[in-house]
Design a protein around this ligand. Structure first.
Ligand code: FES
Length: 86
């Protein structure tokens, strides 16, 4: 998982780039996107959707900021499958 602070918001995304396995936690952000340091594919910080022409995505996780910490929601495989089949 890659936790990113960008323009006052916090995002939690998959740290593995689907293109060739690059470590997205070593990347950087630009224009609301996380850039992979290997071949510079980019992913939307909110949706995880890859930029036009990539036809891929990375997982995103809900983030909740509370007075005592930052909480990140993790769905199970079955939760994701149920959502995909709706
Ligand atoms: S490994 Fe991330 S863009 Fe190629």
């Amino acid at each position: 998982m890659c936790v990113v602070g960008y323009e006052g918001d916090i995002f939690a995304l998959s740290a593995r780039c689907p293109h060739a396995g690059g470590d997205l936690s070593l990347g950087w952000c630009k224009n609301q996107k996380l850039i992979c340091p290997v071949h510079r594919y980019s992913y939307d910080l909110h949706s995880g959707k890859g930029s036009e022409g990539q036809n891929d995505y990375i997982d995103t996780f809900p983030v909740k900021i509370q007075h005592n910490g930052i909480y990140i929601g993790i769905s199970s495989f079955w939760d994701k499958l149920k959502q995909a089949l709706k």
